[in-house]
Write a protein that binds this ligand. Structure first.
Ligand code: CTP
Length: 469
């Protein structure tokens, strides 16, 4: 393994270890990713048989430039940044946890003690950084074999590992999804048994793992695993509500749980944007709440896009996701997700396309990706028709955008101009006139330029009893 330790920091660590007469090892995700030939997110975890903090200071002193060391005395850990790498140092520990707290009781330990307390066999492998055995792999739980078998398995009895830190149940699903591994059956059973313990973990940490699952190449795998183990019901019950279908008068509807997962995978295949993936997850979230059987028509989900958009903020709040422009973007896509489809099914009029461009603004391309992903029908005739009509909508969008530039459009007449022209203070009537002008442009009743809009303002003002000053 020695030849793979190309980062110069390893050489310095070896020197310090020799001088301090200590053993030091690189451990965890870095080793796993090295063996998988996978890009690591630039994190190196070092375990020393001694004080991690003293060791880090010695390493920092030998690195080029002034490299500051951050410590966390309570945890006995230290961290430094070197050439874009985050290097963390910790003394080998034995940890035990009390039942109702994540705060461990920590004592000094051996390397094996430290490996024992790690989450998975594939994350517990260490490489020696101490001469003369630099590069030796120390793998007491046969993590190498689990990498080959593509299995997520805990080093200890899974009930102990998960009870020590229940977040690891989410991590098991996360790694299985990211790496396309299976979870060992005994481990999966233990997750089912211990799922309820997730309640002692903060929602922020759960959501970090959840977002990594959503960010994987095929996120539905993670959702299925979370569903099978009961984790999904605990953290995101609204999503589980999408499950199932009912048949009345011989008419059923699609199972929106699996439909949504297919849409999510479709989006994931074309975009890495996490928030577009969230829009896919939430696009039909209000279907259970709006579901109705109308005799003669069948199942309807009337206004589920409006109700769904309203559900975004409480869900984001609960899951501790950001309540900022990212959330507003998801709300907007959920609200508009049916529009291109409706357009595609109907006659594609200029005014409908103009309106959509105006409302979607810069997010129109993402909206089209979402709508395309929403076509999960198994009926090839239907799919062909959708795709053809979609092509028409796309062309029309391009044509109208070139002509009218409505993407980030502001109506040519401002509220200030209306107030100035008629000598009126800020009032409801200003909004009414502005709206009428916007509507007239979107409907194509007047052209999108200042002079036409100005003329309409005078006409509408007059109708409302206003006169030009
Ligand atoms: N670890 C653990 N239990 C946790 C979190 C982490 O045992 N709840 C251990 C694992 O050995 C893990 C290492 O700490 O490999 C580093 O954790 P982290 O940086 O969170 O994960 P990585 O394995 O490095 O994976 P990734 O880089 O994908 O986050």
């Amino acid at each position: 393994m020695k030849q793979h330790l190309t980062n110069p920091v390893f050489e310095i660590i070896a020197q310090v270890a020799a001088e301090m007469q200590l053993n030091a090892f690189v451990i965890g995700g870095f080793v796993r990713d090295l063996l998988l030939h996978r890009d690591n997110k630039k994190d190196i975890d070092i375990v020393v048989l001694g004080s991690g903090i003293d060791f880090a200071q010695q390493v920092a002193a030998r690195l080029e430039g002034k490299v500051p060391v951050k410590y966390f005395r309570n945890f006995g850990t230290a961290m430094l940044n070197y050439q874009g790498w985050k290097v963390e140092f910790v003394g080998a520990r034995r940890e035990s946890y009390r039942r109702n707290s994540r705060k461990p009781i920590v004592e000094d330990g051996t390397l094996v003690d430290d490996q024992n307390r790690r989450d998975f066999t594939i994350n517990a492998m260490a490489i020696d950084l101490t001469e003369p055995t630099v590069g030796r792999l120390i793998d007491p739980f046969n993590g190498i074999r689990d990498l080959e078998r593509k299995i997520i398995c805990t080093p200890l009895d899974p009930d102990i590992t998960f009870s020590d830190d229940p977040l690891r149940m989410m991590r098991a699903v996360r790694f299985a999804t990211q790496l396309d591994f299976t979870i060992d059956p005994a481990c999966l059973e233990a997750i089912r048994r211990n799922a309820g313990r997730l309640s002692i973990v903060s929602m922020e940490r759960i959501s970090d793992e959840f977002n990594l699952i959503i960010g994987a190449a095929v996120p539905s795998r993670g959702f299925r695993l979370m569903d099978e183990t009961g984790l999904l019901e605990l953290i995101f019950p609204e999503f589980c509500e999408l499950k199932g279908s009912e048949i009345i008068d011989g008419k059923g509807h699609k199972d929106n749980f699996y439909h949504t997962l297919a849409v999510l995978d479709n989006v994931a295949a074309v975009s890495d944007n996490l928030w577009l993936r969230w829009a896919a997850i939430l696009h039909d979230i209000a279907k259970p709440a709006t579901r109705k059987f109308v005799s003669g028509t069948g199942w309807t989900f009337h206004a589920h896009e409006f109700k769904g958009a309203k559900m975004v903020s409480p869900i984001f709040r609960k899951l501790k996701l950001p309540l900022n422009e990212k959330m507003r973007y998801v709300e907007k896509l959920v609200l508009l997700h049916l529009r291109p489809i409706v357009l595609a099914e109907d006659v594609v009029t200029d005014s409908a396309v103009r309106r959509l461009l105006f409302e979607a603004g810069d997010d129109i391309d993402d909206l089209m990706l979402l709508c395309n992903a929403d076509i999960t029908s198994k009926n090839p005739v239907k799919v062909k028709r959708y795709i053809e009509n979609f092509g028409l909508v796309r062309n029309k969008l391009r044509e109208i955008e070139e002509k009218d530039k409505l993407r980030n459009w502001q109506p040519p007449i401002t509220g200030e101009l209306i107030m100035e022209t008629f000598g009126i203070p800020p009032s409801k009537v200003v909004g009414v006139i502005k709206n009428l002008i916007t509507e007239a442009i979107l409907e194509g009743q007047i052209s999108n330029d200042y002079d036409s809009a100005y003329r309409l303002m005078l006409v509408e003002g007059l109708k409302l009893g206003l006169k030009k000053e």
